[in-house]
Design a protein around this ligand. Structure first.
Ligand code: GUN
Length: 298
């Protein structure tokens, strides 16, 4: 299906533009600094999706001139062993920021790991200190995907003030924070936000009222044309692997939106892939640059 180019929100292009701007800033920094900003990533186990995402983050570091290190740990790494790696990264003055890729294996308590990360190096913005500061609109690392969504809206010229935004999904990583951010008194904000989740009685009732819909539930093709008001802006965070026989990988990424059905109705829409995904990585790089500059925590 062909969709008018001015309808698509091209996350790949916007991410590339921001990363090019960052590369210039990093090159400039290196004239007076002894080392490049440094992001470390910790991956536990061999989940295919996580491996792909972490590799994409490490490769993006290279593109903007950051140093990066990947700590790939065995699936049976214990919680105590992982806490030791986190503590080493907290203490390492050569590392500006780091992430622990989620989900972690079941035997590890995710909250315990996140709380062990120094808030000053928590460039995912997952630590309770950063989440609390975000909710209070204080300087902090914004979580990467919600931050990427705000920048997509801004750079696409979407007006949010006074609009009704319906967010589907209440995860700690996307749904909950984006609902807080879009309600803030900020230029990309000032929305009236409805947050729907698995216990919402009639999701379609809410989405049909929405000027902006953010889909973040990981159910491929969930949002159908009859759930959408004409002219709505659609942001699709879903990235589920679905079978794609005959392709090289045998799978492809599918979003939470039935793109072919919804796109004709939407005023703007993000594709999957090439929408929110590249912006998530951009948000992480931006936080790492803030960490290297000690812009949030001195
Ligand atoms: N798993 C899915 N998204 C993310 C993310 O943004 N950061 C980390 N650390 N893990 C994730």
């Amino acid at each position: 299906m062909t969709i008018a180019a001015n309808k698509l929100i091209d996350g790949k292009l916007i991410a590339q533009t921001i990363q090019d701007e960052m590369a210039v800033e990093v090159a400039d920094m290196l004239k007076s600094s002894t080392r490049a900003p440094h992001l470390a990533a910790v991956l536990v186990g061999n989940d295919g999706g996580s491996l792909t995402y972490v590799n994409a983050k490490v490769n993006a570091c290279e593109r903007v001139g950051f140093a990066s290190t990947l700590h790939h740990l065995d699936e049976w790494t214990t919680e105590e062993e992982l806490l030791k790696v986190v503590e080493q990264l907290n203490q390492n003055p050569e590392v500006d920021g780091f992430i622990v890729q989620l989900p972690l294996p079941k035997h590890i308590n995710e909250n315990r790991i996140i709380e062990a990360i120094s808030p000053a190096k928590d460039v995912d913005g997952f630590h309770p200190v950063n989440v609390g500061r975000m909710a209070l609109n204080l300087p902090c690392y914004l979580p990467a995907t919600p931050s990427g969504i705000l920048q997509l809206l801004e750079r696409s010229g979407v007006t949010t003030s006074g609009k009704h935004c319906v967010v589907i999904g209440r995860s700690n990583i996307v749904g909950s924070p984006i609902s807080i951010l879009l309600a803030r008194n900020e230029s990309i904000g000032n929305c009236t936000v409805t947050l729907c989740h698995s216990k919402t009685a009639d999701i379609a009732y809410h989405t049909r009222q929405a000027d902006i819909i953010v889909m973040a539930i990981g159910k491929p093709g969930f949002l159908k044309a009859d759930m959408v008001k004409e002219g709505a802006v659609i942001i699709d965070v879903g990235t589920t692997r679905v079978d794609a026989p005959g392709t090289k990988l045998g799978w492809r990424l599918k979003g939470d939106v039935d793109f072919d059905g919804v796109a004709p109705l939407a005023s703007r829409i993000t594709p999957v892939p090439g929408g929110v995904g590249p912006m998530t990585i951009t948000g992480l790089l931006q936080n790492t640059l803030l960490a290297a500059k000690k812009a949030i925590y001195k």
